[in-house]
Design a protein around this ligand. Structure first.
Ligand SMILES: Cc1cc2nc3c(=O)[nH]c(=O)nc-3n(C[C@H](O)[C@H](O)[C@H](O)COP(=O)(O)O)c2cc1C
Length: 306
């Protein structure tokens, strides 16, 4: 048997698969179910300081090739995480590491969230900087500016002793540069990528855009090459641990992402194609690939490409 157990920012994962933020991560019972089905770790849906309304339905649309969503980061706010999600997930011992994903529209709110979420003892804090900076004149997402990305990272870093990873957006001209700025501000690692785009799809019979928001972030198989390239660029720029996320559906996709530089692999849209049981299937496929290729410890393949 190949060893799939791997350390990420000092936290042990029994295998490299992790539930990506936003998919099945709303309640403790759905998080536990993902672990029961084979995931090595889970990420919460993005947590806001206060309740945050999402967009109107329809908010999701999928084809064989891609998935598009405009959920709009809806969330009940940190109070729900404090009262329900974390206590219930931790009752009787946590089944696997939990990553708390936080999001805000203002830099100062990231600091407040980091302080409060730290008290819930997450294994890792993931900082989603893909939301627009509402204090910025142009409302540009934090992830698209080296200055904003570094400022958010620095503040979060100063408020917690937990490992801090920053979730980056692929919608920038130089992701390595953004990652370097975050690393300089104290990031311990990264999660990449968030959704690509936005994209748009039209129902030609109704002559109407399919999503009520008109545009949405792309995920799923079509974005995998973008994700692999981003992970490669971030690894090259910083050498820090990365949760490679974007379009992973199979064990071989996961191996490819690890070869690009990821230590863990995030999966969200995979659930749409393979259901929650897909986690266990991907893990078995990774094991099978490692066995066939004489890889005794999955860590051997991280950033192994020539
Ligand atoms: C329905 C849906 C909701 C999402 N919500 C969040 C979210 O709340 N926070 C976040 O950081 N990313 C969110 N994402 C992005 C995913 O975590 C992931 O980065 C992206 O979908 C690419 O991975 P995938 O192709 O495996 O889905 C969401 C994605 C989807 C499809």
């Amino acid at each position: 048997m190949s060893k799939l157990e791997i350390d990420f920012c000092g936290v042990k994962f029994r295998n490299p698969t992790v539930l990506a933020s936003g998919v099945l991560g709303v309640t403790a019972s759905s998080l536990k179910n993902v672990v029961k089905n084979g995931a090595g770790g889970v990420t919460t849906k993005s947590i806001w300081l206060k309740e945050h309304a999402g967009h109107k339905s329809p908010v999701m649309f999928g084809t064989d090739h891609y998935f598009m969503n405009a959920v709009g980061l809806s969330d009940a706010g940190i109070e729900k995480a404090e009262k329900e999600t974390f206590p219930e997930y931790s009752k009787g011992g946590r089944p696997a590491p939990i990553i708390a994903n936080i999001v805000a529209g203002k830099i100062a709110d990231f600091g407040k969230l980091a302080e409060r979420v730290s008290k819930l003892d997450p294994d890792i804090i993931e900082v989603n900087i893909s939301c627009p900076n509402v204090e910025d004149e142009l409302g540009k997402p934090f992830a698209c500016s080296v200055v904003d990305a570094a400022a958010v990272t620095k503040l979060v870093r100063s408020k917690t002793k937990k490992p801090v990873i920053v979730k980056l957006s692929p919608n920038v001209s130089n992701i390595g540069e953004i990652a370097k700025a975050c690393a300089g501000a104290g990031a311990d690692g990264f999660c990449a990528i968030n959704t690509v785009g936005p994209g748009m799809a039209i129902d030609i019979n109704l002559r109407k855009s399919i999503l009520s928001n008109r545009v949405g972030g792309l995920s799923g198989p079509a974005i995998k090459p973008v994700a692999v390239r981003c992970v490669y660029d971030i690894y090259k720029a910083t050498g820090l641990p990365i949760i490679g996320t974007g379009g992973i559906l199979t064990g071989e996709d996961a191996i490819e992402m690890m070869m690009a530089g990821a230590r863990l692999v995030g999966m969200g849209t995979m659930v749409y194609y393979r259901e929650v049981e897909g986690f266990g299937k991907v893990v078995s496929e990774m094991e099978e690939w490692c066995r066939k290729n004489g890889v005794k410890n999955v860590e051997e393949i991280v950033a192994c490409i020539s």
